[in-house]
Design a binder for this molecule. Structure first.
Ligand code: ADP
Ligand code: ADP
Ligand code: ZN
Length: 210
């Protein structure tokens, strides 16, 4: 199954991508994680992307379209994949249409803006393996240490309150129109994301089946 996860920053895309990945054994592909890895490795792409990410703006379409175009050609995507954080603009969605892939479902995880700030301010991430935690809602076994790979957990600079409002504005302006784009294709399913992680997971799995 080829899936897209849509939703505001902090809606729970990464968290649910992990659950679907476990259930269906298909890779979760996060453009955010790929970009952060590039920044950590100080690649040319990372250096270019950093100022956009830190400002809460989107990285130029051609950069992320290139990333996804290459990634989807890899062998592990043959039996399906989960796109987490791509597409984020109409031109990205149109570019995906032109790649040789068929999208089965688009799951839109909906959380009101008021709930987003606390999700993001408490988020802690592992830059090595991409695992995500929360100071209150998903604590690691040992504070500050990734359960999966043992690396140190960090707070993303763009999760600080001063950038979150910019990211939400970017989301409403540039990403939300994708709901209509996929609704017209008949593949959009809306999932309520305000409740606990397990509730959202149950709704997400249901949305994959109908
Ligand atoms: P979140 O999970 O909070 O929604 P991501 O990790 O997906 O955030 O993305 C972090 C940042 O990386 C975005 O604010 C944006 O600057 C950049 N980014 C990630 N994916 C894309 C994309 N598809 N198009 C443009 N920029 C992107
Ligand atoms: P996204 O990928 O959409 O930006 P994440 O999956 O990273 O969102 O979730 C944002 C933060 O909120 C993380 O710290 C995560 O642990 C936490 N989180 C995710 N889903 C829920 C939920 N249903 N209730 C409470 N916290 C959640
Ligand atoms: Zn890790």
């Amino acid at each position: 199954m080829n899936l897209i996860l849509l939703g505001a920053p902090g809606a729970g895309k990464g968290t649910q991508a992990e659950k679907i990945c476990e259930k269906l054994s298909i890779p979760a592909i996060s453009t955010g994680n790929i970009l952060r890895e590039a920044i950590a490795n100080k690649t040319e792409m990372g250096l270019k992307a950093k100022s956009f990410i830190d400002a809460g703006k989107l990285v130029p379409d051609e950069v992320v379209i290139g990333i996804i175009n290459d990634r989807l050609k890899e062998d592990d995507c043959k039996n399906g994949f989960i796109l987490d954080g791509f597409p984020r603009t109409i031109p990205q969605a149109e570019a995906l249409d032109r790649m040789d892939v068929h999208i089965d479902r688009v799951i839109d995880i909906e959380v009101p803006d008021e709930k987003i700030a606390s999700r993001l301010s408490g988020r802690r991430v592992c830059l090595k393996c991409g695992a995500t935690y929360h100071t209150e809602f998903k604590q690691p076994k040992v504070e500050g240490v990734c359960d999966v790979c043992g690396d140190v957990l960090v707070q993303r600079k763009d999760d600080m309150p001063e950038t979150v409002l910019d990211r939400l504005a970017t989301y409403h302006e540039q990403t939300e129109p994708l709901k209509d784009f996929y609704s017209e294709k008949g593949i959009l399913r809306i999932v309520e994301g305000q409740q606990e992680v397990a509730d959202t997971t149950a709704l997400t799995f249901k949305a994959l089946e109908d």
